[in-house]
Design a binder for this molecule. Structure first.
Ligand SMILES: NC(=O)c1ccc[n+]([C@@H]2O[C@H](COP(=O)([O-])OP(=O)(O)OC[C@H]3O[C@@H](n4cnc5c(N)ncnc54)[C@H](OP(=O)(O)O)[C@@H]3O)[C@@H](O)[C@H]2O)c1
Length: 276
């Protein structure tokens, strides 16, 4: 079984945007000490020698050799190549957690051979402020204690949900791509505020804090968003005029389609890269 706490030895392969966010979160929360984390990137240079106090190199095999848990954070199209490279260093005592979109656990298990425990996780970038959500599902050789360890790791940067792997592409389209959709919505709301006469900075703060508050209400009350919307909408008031514009502009359908398209793309990524 893999160790936990600051004793945990972690290899983070592909410490780019998402991998880097996770490393910083784990170190900040004391889940692993910087000297026990080895991060890798493709182009390790002079200026990229350290990340949150951890060493950054380009030798995946060496990083994995010294690790209890391997966090695979490279792009989906690079996963196969990295798995081939690190295969000799993996065995049933090392947990491999992949955050790559589109790549199923059984693909990883087949590519590795043996009985390496594999977990697939889908975090998102709000993890950088401890407000992420990570979906976790287990492969066929992973045990309950491996899932518990993954929950603990990703729990350091936000909430976690454990679910069946069949939902992972949908989770990717909603929760991993979703922050980009919300940023566009926030930018647009702020533009509305600017059009109504507010200074831009103030408009952006109002939009963001309002969205944070509304999201908190949904999570903390557990009420259906439609009910909460009704409570804001006074008969013949201002909000209903705004809602009418949203409905005419097709906001609902647009958002539904955005999530569906992103989820569909998540299904295709690995297939596309295997063909090329
Ligand atoms: N960004 C998100 O919101 C998000 C959310 C959930 C999951 N993910 C998943 O996270 C993964 C990475 O996404 P990202 O947005 O973080 O991309 P990214 O910033 O491009 O990070 C990828 C990293 O992989 C490194 N790399 C490439 N080939 C490598 C190799 N052979 N060995 C070791 N490292 C290698 C790159 O090194 P260089 O910097 O030297 O090129 C880069 O640092 C993807 O699979 C994605 O599906 C991303």
């Amino acid at each position: 079984m893999a160790k936990s706490g600051s004793q945990l030895r972690l290899a983070v392969l592909g410490a780019g945007k998402m991998g880097g966010i996770l490393v910083e979160g784990f170190v900040k929360q004391g889940l692993a000490s910087p000297q026990n984390i080895r991060a890798t990137v493709q182009h390790a240079g002079q200026q990229r020698k350290r990340l949150a106090g951890c060493s950054v190199g380009a030798n995946n095999r060496a990083a994995v050799r010294h690790a209890d848990v391997v966090l695979l954070c490279v792009k989906p199209q690079t996963v196969g190549q990295v798995l081939d490279e690190i295969r000799p260093e993996l065995d049933k005592n090392k947990l491999l957690i992949s955050i790559a979109a589109s790549v199923p656990t059984d693909y990883i298990e087949r590519r590795l051979g043996g009985k390496v425990p594999v977990i697939r996780a889908m975090p998102n970038t709000p993890s950088m402020v401890g407000a992420g959500i990570t979906a976790i599902s287990k492969g066929k050789f992973a045990q309950a204690q491996d899932v518990a360890l993954a929950e603990k790791l990703f729990g350091a940067v936000g909430k976690t949900v454990v679910l069946d792997e069949k939902y992972m592409d949908a989770v990717t389209g909603l929760a991993a791509s979703g922050p980009a959709f919300i940023y566009i919505i926030l930018e647009s709301l702020a533009e509305g505020g600017v059009k109504a006469g507010l200074p831009r900075e103030l408009a952006t703060l109002l939009a963001a804090q309002m969205a944070l508050g509304a999201a908190k209400v949904v999570i903390e009350t557990g009420d259906h968003p439609a009910l909460l919307k009704d409570a804001v909408t006074t008969p013949a008031g201002c909000t209903i005029d705004g809602i009418l514009e949203l409905e005419e502009g097709g906001l609902r359908v647009t958002l539904i389609k955005a999530v569906m398209k992103a989820a569909q793309r998540a299904k295709e990524l690995l297939i596309t890269s295997e063909k090329s």
